[in-house]
Design a binder for this molecule. Structure first.
Ligand code: URA
Length: 237
């Protein structure tokens, strides 16, 4: 049970002070009765606005096909961000909708967005070893020796001391590869290829755990059930 004004504000409908006007206008009902007290403690499932149930009162979990050119940071100084693709109401939610890990501005592909912070911690923790599959093109032919090097668990990135966890590299074409990582260090894919003297030209994340992009176009998202990662496995969604 939450205060009605707080509930509406947290779901991005309006500010707490605006909630007073909404309630005054008669647009809000609780269990079918017109609400008259913004301080009343209510259950989200009982609230209707203009007869409509509340917008995702229990939380959001989205699979986004991140396009190039957008950042995953909320810091506006860093440029246009992926959250600008979402409906305005979702952008005003509290807790905030945030990305599970980050993709660089120049990386496209699969990224999860959610307002469920325990899920963010769970999925980004190295302990959980969620495999993430990237497809990269590079500026020179890739040597076969990179495959055992990346798999060895001994590769140390520039300015780091801890070696990278073993990673699976599949060379698909002389200048194209698929790389599966179970961790997510800063610019990790680009820095791993840089140890072999190659510069990444294009980078896309194709899979995250059991999820793939399917036919989702860049800039589009689809919803996942909130319990997607906690319920019994049912295969890819
Ligand atoms: N590795 C990178 O270098 N960039 C990304 O965006 C993700 C992984």
């Amino acid at each position: 049970m939450r205060r009605l004004d707080q509930l509406l504000a947290n779901l991005g409908y309006c500010s707490r002070s605006e909630a007073r006007d909404w309630v005054g206008s008669g647009a809000v009902t609780v269990r079918g009765e017109e609400a008259d007290d913004v301080g009343a403690r209510v259950s989200a499932a009982d609230v209707r606005i203009d007869g409509e149930p509340l917008d995702h009162p229990d939380g959001l979990l989205l699979l986004l096909h991140k396009p190039l050119g957008l950042v995953c940071s909320h810091e506006l100084r860093e440029g246009p961000n992926v959250y600008s693709l979402l409906p305005a109401r979702w952008q005003r939610r509290n807790p905030q909708v945030t990305s599970v890990g980050r993709l660089d501005k120049d990386t496209s592909g699969l990224i999860l967005l959610t307002d469920q912070s325990p899920l963010v911690h769970r999925l980004t923790s190295p302990k959980h070893k969620v495999p993430k599959v990237y497809r990269a093109t590079v500026d020179r032919d890739l040597g076969a020796e990179l495959v055992p090097l990346f798999a060895s668990g001994t590769l140390v990135l520039d300015a780091e001391t801890d070696p990278c966890a073993p990673a699976e590299l599949k060379i698909i074409a002389p200048r194209e590869a698929e790389l599966t990582l179970i961790e997510g260090r800063y610019h990790q894919v680009r820095r791993m290829f840089a140890t072999g003297g190659a510069t990444v030209l294009t980078l896309q994340r194709e899979r995250f755990g059991p999820l793939d992009l399917g036919d989702l176009a860049p800039g589009k998202w689809r919803e996942l059930p909130l319990d997607f990662f906690t319920r019994a496995p049912t295969g890819a969604a």
